[in-house]
Design a protein around this ligand. Structure first.
Ligand code: MG
Length: 259
């Protein structure tokens, strides 16, 4: 029997000199059967707002979702954010959108027709990418994989990005690590200790990027191997960890107000 990998230690509390990069699904939010069904826990939006101020703006969401979806989920907050694994980026109000491949509409229509045969499966139109989900329909995993592999023939310059019960057809050259490095090149992120929190394979690019700049990754879950140095058990543990940092920020504020 193979020896079980020892669990990674818990991360230290969020420090004021960090740049904090947070994945969203499976990290801040519990997974739902479909991406549209996720629930934002009460208090999470307020906690993110407090920490964004405490880090002097150096807190960003790094997600596979679109920026428009992120803004809806965390309304009224508009945090610095990277969407679609780096294809969309908002940094001090600047937004860079990549172009949609001409064949994507036809591939999307075929993907949606296939997904419709498996109740619970979903072919999601994400603008420049297509995500094929089977969390709600495990039997769809193999046919969706086969479809994605064959669809690449019609999408030059695209590749497959596997994830947690999802595979995505996406343009080359963008991943969460590159997105983090581009944010770290400018204020308010520049010169801070970068910390990336994420659960999925796509977050390993983020863990490697922060490690190359004197920071570290925090894995959500027990997936191994991982380049993360610390781990938190699940999104609930992530939210508790953020709440601890909010409480400490509140104590410090009260000491400043009333020494
Ligand atoms: Mg995730």
């Amino acid at each position: 029997m193979a020896a079980e990998t020892p669990p990674l230690p818990q991360p230290p509390c969020v420090a004021p000199d960090w740049a904090l990069f947070l994945d969203v699904d499976g990290t801040l939010l519990d997974f739902a059967a479909a991406p549209a069904d996720v629930h934002v826990e009460p208090g999470l939006v307020d906690a993110l707002a407090v920490l964004h101020r405490r880090l002097d703006g150096a807190l960003a969401l790094i997600s596979g979702r679109t920026l428009a979806q992120l803004d809806r989920l965390f309304s009224p907050l508009k945090l610095p954010a990277v969407g679609l694994h780096g294809l969309e980026q908002r940094d001090n109000g600047h937004l860079d959108l990549h172009r949609r491949a001409p064949a994507l509409d036809a591939v999307l229509a075929a993907a949606q027709a296939l997904a419709a045969k498996y109740p619970g499966a979903l072919a999601e139109d994400k603008g420049t990418t297509i995500a094929l989900h089977w969390r709600g329909a495990p039997a769809a995993e193999e046919p969706l994989h086969e479809f994605a592999t064959s669809a690449l023939i019609d999408l030059p310059g695209y590749h497959l990005q596997p994830g947690n019960s999802v595979i995505e057809l996406r343009p080359d050259g963008a991943h969460k690590g590159a997105a983090v490095l581009s944010l770290l090149a400018h204020p308010p992120f520049q010169g801070r200790r970068p910390v990336f929190v994420g659960d999925d394979l796509t977050d390993e690019h983020g863990f490697a990027a922060v490690a190359s700049h004197g920071g570290f990754g925090v894995l959500v879950g027990r997936r191994q191997p991982s380049a993360a140095r610390y781990a938190l058990h699940d999104p609930e543990a992530v939210r508790a960890w953020l709440d601890d940092a909010v409480a400490i920020a509140g104590d410090e504020q009260r000491r400043r107000d009333d020494p």
